[in-house]
Design a protein around this ligand. Structure first.
Ligand code: 3H9
Length: 712
């Protein structure tokens, strides 16, 4: 405890302000030792008549980022008993007879904000952020946050913060009354000065306040609107609804009773599969950033300026990603009309972001200044990195890379945004394959968080480490993958969409397939996803690779037929669905009839198919291919696949990704079902040997992931 929490005195002035400093790097998580340390030091300061006020502050880069999330796993697995939690400590702080001033820098998140609200006053650095993000971990604030926050910021804001989980800035916190003063400069000195002023005033206990708790008439519409929003924006997330219920309790019952309601809801959420999955996603996102064979000390190549080749949808989006992160970006096209079209699209996209309130006009103006159009490679000699985003064809890509090899300075990173092509073959067009790497952005590049970083045979460790670090700067989740057709995301997506089509060809309606997977939690059903991405994309790829298909093995055909009819999806106003001028999908009975006719002609027996089978066929197809990818070493860990699916393919976060989901079902059960599918549908369903082995050994992918981490 001595190391985790220190009690000192302010030495500059009268020595009458006690300073309690939390030192639990990296983020001062409230582990049991920290809570114990605060309890002991606060008791000491309370007893000491020489102390007029107390300052509670975080050492290092932040105040407190919350409870220690690792502890939750110990509780749910039965390794640790769930005790009284932080509530008694927070009551103890609130009951101190002299003012406790909490000084916040970095983040006051979760239990960190709950701790801060138990203090009598809060001061903050202007850059600080405050929030109750628990909902994103599938839980709710569990130390009185749902009861104290509405007392400080009012019911509407508290519901929003607890149910949506997004942080607010120190400036907003000041306006709302969550923070009492912003301190420019030295936070500790400012907090001590504030504490000395406060020592003349009576202590204010947050839990005894009720002036912001509203009335039933005022509150009812707030809760109704919040529930409606949660049902649409956080579809299927039990923690969002639980957070709203807990804040509502604050407006109906006493503080003590409200805390009991909160605790019951917290426990229900904590022991749910949803919270385990979301916590897996939280740590997984951080784990994928660590590459076993690339040490932390690997030199990072400084990247300050970037060039993008190609101003089409992807190139334009990628230029925006870099500009948004403050990089100077050259954007090159082959001719003026194409360049003008690309720039116009960038401007249009920025304007719609301003309209939707995502960016201010000033931010957009600054970003546009960073994007410099060009028609030649002349200026490429200075850039630190190039991202090629031209049409997906090997000959063209190789020509571009040959050109880049001639004009770029030594040390520049040469990245390709290919989504399917062989990165090694692209690299062979240069004299420096070590500098070549794949950076597969997802469309729309400026919105989607996923970035697959494709490691070629020769990609250097420095280039890989730099791209991984860069992904964070760009606000992306970078996942390192090996070089194979479709890499990880698209390769696994193939069998998923194949099964969706098979199901339609076997008699399920297009809408039934989409609904079943939407209800499972996917952001969109597979047929709608195809229409959005453009059915012609897959059609073209299938035509190119048809020669690789094994003769006699069933292949879906309905989508190809739709393409032959010019139904490419949303962009042509028709695909699996029809689309109105606002691109709203309208079921098209004609397509269901056509597919029925084609299927009968092909001799495919028609039958009634349950939603359960639809989900199993599509999701287990992801799992089986995921297991093959793991075996082939295309990714190093199972968690890599989960993070790709959560960030790039609309897989429901509360199910933790396909591999995690398979674990929750039980791999023996998944294996048995896949074996049944193999009997019914043939060799496309051959179980992946890894899946078979794990199922037979009674293991999970998560256990395999842990073994892989140890071996690395
Ligand atoms: C809670 O508080 C419940 C309460 O109501 C009380 C209930 C009784 N615990 O993200 P980074 C690790 S629930 C344990 O890379 P950044 C993280 O894994 C909690 N570990 O840094 C990483 O480890 P490693 C509510 C944590 O600067 C390292 O710290 N709070 C925790 O990009 C650095 O993290 C939240 O949900 C934690 N609470 O971002 C906040 N937090 O180096 C969660 C971080 O081994 N945290 N770690 O990979 C965050 O949002 C970000 O970490 C933060 C820093 C913004 C703070």
């Amino acid at each position: 405890m001595d190391d985790l929490v220190q009690l000192t005195r302010d030495r500059d002035t009268d020595n009458d302000v006690a300073i309690i400093t939390i030192n639990n790097p990296p983020v001062n998580a409230l582990s049991p030792g920290v809570a114990q340390g605060i309890a002991q030091t606060i008791a000491q300061a309370d007893k000491d008549d020489g102390v007029k006020a107390v300052v509670l502050i975080g050492g290092g880069r932040t105040f407190v980022a919350g409870a220690d999330i690792k502890e939750f796993g110990k509780i749910t697995s039965g390794k640790t008993q769930r005790g009284a939690g932080l509530l008694p400590l927070l009551l103890q702080i609130e009951d101190v007879r002299k003012p406790v001033v909490v000084a916040i820098h970095g983040s006051a998140f979760g239990g960190g904000l709950e701790l801060a609200m138990a203090g009598h006053y809060r001061v903050a650095a202007p850059s600080a952020q405050l929030g109750q993000p628990e909902v994103k971990l599938g839980i709710i604030p569990g130390a009185g946050g749902t009861q104290r926050l509405p007392r400080l910021v009012g019911v509407a804001k508290a519901v929003e913060m607890c149910a949506e989980g997004n942080p607010i800035t120190a400036q907003e916190a000041l306006k709302l009354g969550l923070v009492d003063r912003l301190i420019e400069g030295d936070l500790l000195a400012g907090a001590v000065a504030f504490a000395r002023e406060a020592s003349e005033k009576p202590v204010r206990k947050t839990r005894e306040r009720s002036d912001k708790l509203g009335t039933p008439a005022l509150n009812e519409p707030i809760f109704a609107a919040a529930r409606e929003k949660a049902r649409t924006k956080q579809r299927g997330m039990m923690s969002a609804i639980a957070a709203i219920d807990a804040v509502e309790a604050a407006t109906r019952v006493s503080f003590e009773e409200g805390c009991q309601v909160e605790r019951q809801l917290f426990d229900k959420c904590l022991f749910s599969d949803q919270s385990k999955a979301l916590i897996h996603a939280f740590f997984g996102e951080r784990e994928v950033a660590k590459i076993p064979d690339i040490p932390k000390e690997t030199a990072i190549i400084p990247v300050n300026s970037v060039a993008v080749v190609g101003a089409g949808t992807m190139g334009g989006g990628i230029a925006m990603v870099f500009a948004n992160a403050g990089f100077r970006v050259l954007i090159k096209e082959a001719d003026q009309p194409a360049l003008d079209r690309g720039l116009a699209t960038i401007q249009k996209n920025y304007q719609s972001s301003v309209k939707r309130g995502r960016f201010t006009q000033q931010f957009v103006d600054e970003r546009l200044k960073l994007i410099q159009p060009t028609l030649s490679y002349d200026d490429f000699g200075d850039v630190d990195m190039v991202v090629e985003a031209v049409f997906e064809g090997m000959a063209l890509k190789k020509e571009v890379f040959g050109q880049l090899d001639r004009v770029c300075k030594p040390g520049a990173i040469l990245a390709s945004n290919t989504s399917t092509l062989d990165v090694d073959e692209i690299a062979s067009a240069t004299s420096r394959p070590g500098a070549v790497i794949g950076t597969h952005f997802f469309s729309p590049a400026n919105i989607m968080r996923l970035l697959e970083i494709v490691r070629g045979k020769a990609s250097s460790k420095e280039v890989i480490a730099t791209c991984m670090q860069l992904s964070k700067k760009l606000g992306k989740v970078g996942v390192l993958v090996g070089n194979c057709r479709g890499f990880v995301g698209n390769r696994i997506f193939g069998p998923y969409r194949r099964e969706a089509q098979f199901l339609v060809e076997e008699g399920a309606s297009i809408e039934t397939v989409d609904h079943a997977l939407y209800d499972f939690g996917m952001a969109m059903g597979p047929m709608s996803t195809g229409d959005l991405a453009g059915l012609d994309v897959g059609w073209r790829i299938r035509k190119e690779f048809r020669h690789l298909e094994k003769p006699g093995v069933r292949q879906p055909f309905a989508e190809d037929r739709l393409c032959e009819l010019g139904r490419y999806g949303q962009k042509t106003g028709a695909g699996w669905y029809k689309y109105d001028e606002n691109r709203r999908a309208i079921p098209d009975p004609e397509v269901n009839e056509m597919v029925l006719r084609w299927s009968r002609e092909a001799g495919i027996a028609q039958r009634k198919i349950s939603s359960e089978e639809i989900v199993d066929r599509c999701i287990y197809a992801l799992v089986n291919e995921g297991a093959r990818i793991l075996e082939e070493g295309i990714v190093g860990r199972t968690v890599d696949i989960d993070i790709i699916y959560l960030n790039g393919y609309g897989f429901p976060a509360y199910r933790g990704g396909p591999m995690w989901y398979a674990d929750t079902v039980g791999l023996d059960k998944v294996y048995r079902r896949i074996s049944e599918f193999q009997q019914q549908h043939g060799e496309l369903w051959e179980p992946a040997p890894l899946l078979k082995r794990l199922a037979q050994e009674g293991k999970t992918f998560a256990e395999l992931n842990r073994e892989q981490a140890v071996m690395a």
